[in-house]
Write a protein that binds this ligand. Sequence first.
Ligand code: ATP
Ligand code: MG
Length: 441
Amino acid sequence: MAHAAQNESNSYERTHFTSELQKLQTGTEVRVAGWIEDFRDIGKLGFIILRDVTGLVQAVLVGENLQKAKSIPRQSNILLKGVLQGTKSKNFPFEIKVEEVFVFSPASLSLPVDPTGRVESNLDTRLDSRALDLRNPKISNIFIIRSNVLKLIRDFFLENKFIEVNTPKIIGSASEGGSNLFSFDYFKRKGFLAQSPQLYKEQLVLALDRVYEIAPFFRAENSHTLRHLNEFLSVDLEAAYLDYYEIMSIVEELIKKILMHLRDSNNIESENSLIRGNALNDLISNPFPKISYEKCLDELNRLGEKVTFGDDLSDSSLKKLGEKYDKFYFIVDWPLSLKPFYIHEKESHPTLSKSFDLQFGYLELVSGGTRQHDVSKLKSRLVEQGLSPESFRDHLRVFEWGMPPHSGCGLGFDRLMMVLLGLSNIREAVLYPRDTSRISP
Ligand code: ATP
Ligand code: MG
């Protein structure tokens, strides 16, 4: 028996994750590392249930090793060296016969949340100790899936000739004229945190044709909802020569690809009926419905909501619509007056715009549209909206260098994760959420 002595070479070295042990033969010597989930002492024998990020393994100890194990607090970080053998346990197909126990880091006896999940804590308490909360496999699973979905998105864009870009998050002027910007001192001037990559991604289309960005953006909104954060991850795309209908097709294809992947991954545990339910095949094989803004108004008025042309859809309107359309659907052709200056009008109905939102029930997931690329129209739209073309000079000049027509959208990635995993609060889908009352840890 040895301690993890400082001068011992390779004392941290593990040979396998617990999930890899099943493919090995009994008799194989292994070193696995993780946390003591449980310890049972039944006299001459003791059992450690060891957890790592991939799962659990049972280890059996006798003699000196058993004595040592008795003094190690649960949830301590250890390494077990031993040999695989068969077991009579109902819960495990094999176990490790321990030869040596290394204690890397003992855990305190009173932990702020129970990483096994047996004792439940409220979300605020969990977020205060997020690193420990993530030891609970139900919670870490959320972030493992999140990472898988990000990879799928990157693969999808690569297949479709999009170039990944990184636009600045520190900006010198209000990008869309919005009032939702955080500001701070930037070497004797004012700097702002970007609320979206909108203007940059449009500029990049000039040379790169199709671009996408996956990045955090910041909104100084004083909202207290289950779907808004002040820092959120956005998946933005912008593409030359496509219109908003083609962008909707791209978004739909991407989401269906993600749904199929989650359905077909056996290693993903999810009780979310969206992924595991029978309705998924229908969802994948049918086009997402497209409903015009004007049709939404008709339906809402029939349902007793008083909305007239030009009104934005309030929370209560969206809830009503979400009851009827409870999965993915597009709302298309919004009034131009509700849209930012860069959205293209519909030539056939100039009070409408070439724009869409993708909804999941009441929840807005994506906003997008065809962009205006005619610089004189952009200027008059700015003036209409009370913004000064002069302050957008750096942006507008790009449109005089041969700008292709283009379209794009922004997808709220944390909201997409809510939908995919059936989470009711966006904070569950974010490691360290930032909201009006939370700025740490
Ligand atoms: P909402 O009306 O829900 O506040 P928005 O219309 O202001 O959203 P957009 O500017 O259209 O949002 O941003 C594109 C997408 O980014 C949204 O559809 C949403 O998925 C996501 N998003 C926007 N703001 C937030 C936020 N504060 N927290 C989380 N996600 C957000
Ligand atoms: Mg929107």
